[in-house]
Write a protein that binds this ligand. Structure first.
Ligand code: HEC
Length: 163
């Protein structure tokens, strides 16, 4: 009798703790569901927004190089590289992302030119970079979007001369 009471108690305890476990995992699941919902609606920049940022850094990079401001040029090429990495990470839903690799060669050439403060290599690298922008725009049905080497600085509140 004592023994069966003990077994009954044991069964009750096990089933109680299982129920508790179930309710914990249910509340965990609902938390996960709500977090997933929030994540789905969280703001993330689109490809066009990254491109607008890249456009600014592309223009600034030119005037940094022209002025032998190699620290600024180094900063600008890194900003472009960072934006391209972000496109890889955040624009996975865009098929155009697969073309990003075509920017590796011009970016390497420019990074090398900047570290050696070599203006001839910088000019060549910049021409290659700009034509790669346009090659990708053509590949992705955005041929109407033509990037050029800028003739005037994009902003007049920034001094591009080296200090
Ligand atoms: C991987 C291919 C690819 C590369 C490389 C690329 N672009 Fe783009 N670019 C696009 C696509 C696709 C769009 C259209 C984005 C959209 O749908 O909003 C675009 C749009 C743009 C826009 C239009 C934004 C606007 O509203 O006017 C600019 C400016 C731009 N790119 C500049 C550049 C520059 C500068 C480079 C080179 C440093 C470059 N892009 C390299 C694919 C590329």
């Amino acid at each position: 009798m004592k023994y069966s009471l003990f077994i009954l108690l044991f069964i009750l305890m096990v089933s109680f703790s299982c129920q508790q476990g179930n309710s914990t995992s249910r509340s965990m699941q609902s938390k996960i569901d709500s977090l997933e919902g929030e994540l789905a609606h969280a703001y993330k920049p689109g490809l066009g927004e990254f491109m607008s940022g890249i456009q600014v850094h592309h223009a600034k990079l030119w005037f940094a190089g022209k002025n032998n401001n190699w620290s600024l040029a180094d900063f600008e090429i890194k900003e472009i590289k960072e934006a391209l990495d972000d496109i890889h990470q955040y624009c996975t839903d865009r098929p155009e992302t697969k073309f990003i690799e075509m920017m590796d060669a011009p970016i390497d050439t420019l990074t090398n030119a900047i570290s050696h403060q070599n203006i001839t290599q910088f000019n060549n690298g910049y021409t290659l970079l700009t034509s790669s922008c346009n090659t990708c725009h053509k590949e992705t049905n955005h041929a109407f979007n033509v990037i050029t080497i800028p003739s005037t600085p994009p902003f007049d509140n920034q001094d591009f001369k080296a200090r």
